[in-house]
Each structure stands twice: as structure tokens, then as C-alpha cells.
Design a binder for this molecule. Sequence first.
Ligand code: ME8
Length: 639
Amino acid sequence: MKDTFYVTTPIYYINSEPHIGSAYTTIVADVVARYKRLDGYDVFFLTGTDEHGQKVLQAAEARNMSPQAFCDELAGKFQKLWKELKITNNQFVRTTDEIHMNTVQHFIKKMKENGDIYKGQYEGWYCVPCETFWTEEDIGKEKICPSCGREVKRVKEENYFFRLSKYNDALLKLFRENPNFVQPDFRRNEMLKILEGGLRDLSITRTSFKWGVPMPDDPEHVIYVWVDALINYISAIGYPHDMEKFEKYWPADVHLIGKEINRFHSLIWPAMLMSAGLPLPKQVYAHGWLTVNGQKISKSLGNAIDPREFVKTYGNDAVRYYLLKDIQFGRDGDFSEENLITRINADLANDLGNLLHRTQAMIKKFNDDIIPEPFENDTVDKGLISLAKKTVTAYKEYMDKLKFTQALETIWELVKYGNKYIDLTEPWKLGKLPDKKERLNTVLYNLAEVLRLVSLMIAPIMPDTANEIFKRIGKQAVENFETLEWGRLEAGLSIVHGSPLFPRIDLKEHRWVSRVSEESASEKAEIEETANLIEIRDFAQVELRIGKILEAEKIKKSKKLLKLQIDLGDLGRRQIVAGIAQHYEPEKLIGLKVVVVTNLKPARLMDEESKGMLLAAKDGQKLTVLTVHRDVEPGAKIS
Ligand code: ME8
């Protein structure tokens, strides 16, 4: 029987559609799943959606939909996107699935039986967008969520609590005895620090809304969305309804997650499992963020990038290659279209594309499209073969440690050496000398064999490219890693020709996805010469929205400032302090639709918090707030 391998992504909040940042975790998990399948494992790859909680409820209300209908619509969009990105998950779990909800209740009962759940009063701070409880210390004087920077809410409720503090010592032991439990090391150390400071018990139910799994025996309470969500990792593989399947795949080999949700996975989840008497996952790997100009890509920051646009323009494999090669897994990395194009032109079109093209052209010219039988290898050939063998070993070591950048660098040394090998062996000269036919055949075979090994190694990252290269060298499709060793290519196969795999991108003609779309290169050059002009993406960093003024009042002790409450649609209601008191009577502003900068860092003016800024035109002493001449919904984006 095959060994099993269980890899998961987090389940995605369903309140908005995925962007390239959120797709990153899933793409990486797909690479891991494909790699392990090729390596002979029985892989279970799980992803899904996180559908309960206040944030989802609010998003549904904003769309005037029932939460279930809203979740059904969004879950469909996630599933469609994963199909388009050729993600090979074995299952898509939804936390509104009945089977999952039953598991959550069963799990909570187990924790209760173990004496780990008690009723108490929760009074503290809650961030709805992150669905996270915070302490006074965490939120500081500004009362801002340390994870997303938004305002937290004071919550006072009778709740059930999980005795998380009871597991502090067991977790410390786990971390000390098993350094690989959380990776990378610097993320593990962050968690160790929290443990050394001591964990507090965790509030695990809410009563202020109903959109969640009811607490067993006390349905006035719904279970905290994070506790509900974490249990997906076992409900989806059969716990407790199909224990055979559960025992086959659990414990998970790796939970892949983003760094901001490490605490939930590395501390709370193992403590929950200990409480329920279940084995712990083998590893939690917390990766960094994809950023744009250093800022996290996120829907609410308005810099979300639709992966589909990039895939349409550059191809799925090229985008996957770029993400895995350029962004060091574990670290933050800026998503840059320029760098993506550089990778396509240099690594894919030039290095790999040339090796394929030159090899095919020579096999056509010198051996009628048939891969020849090799004869004796000389010193140059032995150098190539030895490099290929070393590459295979290093590649597997790197991939097993999720060091994708290094794995690809290793493969590319072989690709580049393959091109150099052509220059060294000069097949075009051998082709003119009839007594060198055996030598020529050896060279041609070796080149085709390099291509086969390279395409097998890149298969988890660029599955379509790998299959295509296999077809070009006369094979059906990629095989598994049992054939990942030198010399397994059969002589006598007929090669198949086709158009270049990665045509070079000519920047003069190119239509950028994230830049001014139809900007020609000459126009661009002109723009760049004009120093005081900005790029469109600089402008795009400012998020402008239409806001409706709901309330306006003077601020005592200030002649200039008015305190405004503004409705910003899906961003909610915000307080903004504006220096317009000398130009407007507060009551005249009510109902006005104004232009608001919504992604400014919050500020305090005369002891009042201000989260954003109104735009106004100044004409001498006269000041006029900008408005719109047609009716527009609050929250509408300005671009
Ligand atoms: O956290 N760069 O869901 P989510 C890299 N529902 N990764 C990013 C990213 C970026 N710019 N933006 C998001 C949740 N992600 C919970 C999980 S699991 C029991 C519950 C990643 O939709 C993020 O780090 O906010 C996380 O791994 C995934 O997208 C889902 O985030």
C-alpha cells in the first residue's frame, strides 16, 4: 500500500472573492500535492471555505441576501477559480456542510467531557474582519486590531471558554521537542514567545448573532468561527463518521497557512486536539504575504489582483513558475508584473525554450525526428550526466523542505548547462562527419534525456509545460518519479514539433495587466522622462470611495474641525474629522455624498479619531467639498 500524504490550505473566508494573495496558499499547496503524487504517495489535498461568523453575516446583509444563499454563490466562485487555476484538491470542504457541523458539535462535546469547557463572562475587544479576540495590550491606545489595523469592538457577553491555559506546558514541550512542528524557524520562535508569556483561556462561543454552529445543549450560543473553522481539517477526512478514512490520512503532514493565522494553527489547534484526545498535525508552515509596494495584497486595502487576468495574459504555468521562483517561500515578496515578464523572457523563453527548440531542431535534421540510441559517453557527457544526477538529488531535498526557489534554481543550472553542452559538443559539426555518427547520436540522446528529466522535475510547478515537453520528445504524458533517473528515456521515439512554449514578450507591443492597459512603449518612455508625473499604479495606491454623511457635529474647542459619521457601504461606517467647520454648517452636510480617501492611516485630532479624509477644492478662501452629480451608492469606488 502507498504511503499517504495529507496537505491542507486554510479554508477561505467567503465574504469576498479570492485574489492573487489568497490564491498563493492554494497554488503552493497544489505544487506540494502534485509533487507528492509524482513521488508515489496517496495524497489528500484539502481546501474549502470558512462560511460562518459575523463578518460573513454582515457581507450577506450588505448584499440583501440570506447568509446561506450568499455562501452558496461565493463558494461556487471559489470552486470555479480553483478549476481555472488547475488546482487538484481532492475535496472542497464548506463549514456549512451538515457533516462538518455535526463534527464540530461532536468535537466540542469531547472537549467538554475532558473538563476543558466552562461558562464565564467575556468582556473585551473583538475585530470582526479578523474574527479575533484581542487583549487591551494587543490593541494599544489606538484600539486598533494588531493584525489588520482596523477598529476593534468592545464585546460583553456570557460565553463558553476553552481552558487553553491548561495546555501551555504541553505546547511548550511540543515546541521544544519538535522544532519542525512550526516552520520557518522565525515563525516558530514568535509562537514560542507567546507560549513563554503564557496563554489565556479562549472565549469559544458568541450570543450576539446566530450564523454559526449551535453549542451542543445550549443553542443560544454559536461556536466561535475559528474553532468551527479549524475542525474542517478533520471533518473533511471523516472524523468521526468515517474513522477508517480519518485514520488513513490523519495526522496531516502539513498545514500550509499565511503568517497572520499562525497563532490559531500552531497554538489553539494543537491544544484543541489534545483536549479531544486526537493526534497533532506533523507540521504547520506559515508563509509570508504577497505585497504590492510593500503592502499586503488584500481586498479591503483595495489592491487586490485578480489571478485570472494574469493567467489569461501570461499563462497558468508561467504565473505559477514566477510565484514559486521569485517569492522565497516563507518570506514576504512583492508581486511585480515586470519581474514576472523577466522570468518568462529569461528563464522560460530563453533558457528552457531554447534548449527544447535546439534539441528538436537537431534531432529532426540529423536523425529524421527519431531519438537515437546513445553510444559511449565521453568526458563532456559524463560531466552532464553527473550534473543531472546531482540535480535530481538536490531537487528532491529542496522540494521536501518546501524550498521551491532553490529547487527551481537547481533545475535551471541543468537547463543552462544543457545549452552549454550543445555549444561544447557542436553537433552541427559532427553532423557533417559520417564517422562521427555514433558520437552525434550520443549527444542527441543526452539532450533529449536532459529535457525529460527537467520536465519531470518541473511537473509539480508547471504541469502543462511538463506534459507538452513529454509529448514533444515522443512520450504520452509525464510519468512518475520512478523514472526520475538518468537513462530511462527510450531510444526510437518520434519527436513532435510545435510552436514555442513561451514566446518572448516584446515590451514595445505588450499590454500590461496591472498598468495603463494600452500604453505603448514610446508613450511610456515619454512619460518616464517627465519627472513630476506619477505612474498610474502610484495613483492606484490611494483608495477613493463615495461616502454618505450621516451625522456632523462641531468639535468643542476647535474652530476648524467637524466630526463626521460617514457611511462607506461595504467598508461600514467611519468617523472622519475634517477641517471644514468655517465653510459649512454641520446640518447642511447631512445626506451629502462626498469623496473620501479611505486607506489613510488613522489619526487623532483634538482627541477624536479620524479614519480617512474628505476631498475638497480650495479657491482662495473658499472651500468646497467634492460631491457627485448623480446618485451613487455609498462605498462606490472611484478610479
Ligand atoms: O484566514 N499574501 O481566511 P482568509 C499571501 N478563514 N497570502 C495571503 C494574502 C497575501 N496578500 N492574503 C491572504 C482565513 N492570504 C481563515 C482561515 S483556516 C481554519 C481559517 C492567505 O480568506 C492567508 O494568509 O483571510 C490565508 O493563508 C489564506 O489566504 C486565507 O485567508
